[in-house]
Design a binder for this molecule. Sequence first.
Ligand code: AMP
Ligand code: ZN
Length: 142
Amino acid sequence: MTDCQFCDIANRRTKAQIIYESDLALAFLDHRPVSKGHSLVISKAHFDNLYDIEFKPLLEVFRVAKIVSVALNKVFNPYGINLMQNNGMHAGQTVFHFHVHIIPRYDSEYVKVLEEAAMKRFVTNDSFLEADARKIRSAMKG
Ligand code: AMP
Ligand code: ZN
């Protein structure tokens, strides 16, 4: 055993319901699903999160996420599918090995959650957005 649950799945030390595998990525069913078909795609190599994952495994994880999403859509015929990817404890990350959630949605309950979230959005203005955009653009130049 390592101290990383998803490295243990990638190395077959822990059993998981694996649904797709490539050289750099692995997809399996979440063991405590939010909905039927809830799947996870991980990089086989260990990266803590989106900040440190290299581009090649990152792109491969998203390629596999598309393949799995198309299959879930075909098999379970959900109303829609969300991809979710958490970075950091305060964003809900509990396993610190890069992963993407694929969550099929089957009922209108989730629409209510989205509507409630929409009501909590900030009202802002162009000058605040402009100041933030300037900071972000300059952070990406270096
Ligand atoms: P996150 O909160 O984004 O870090 O998500 C971690 C997810 O991993 C949760 O949805 C867990 O249910 C799932 N999970 C943790 N351990 C396992 C495991 N051994 N097999 C399958 N899913 C797991
Ligand atoms: Zn790991």
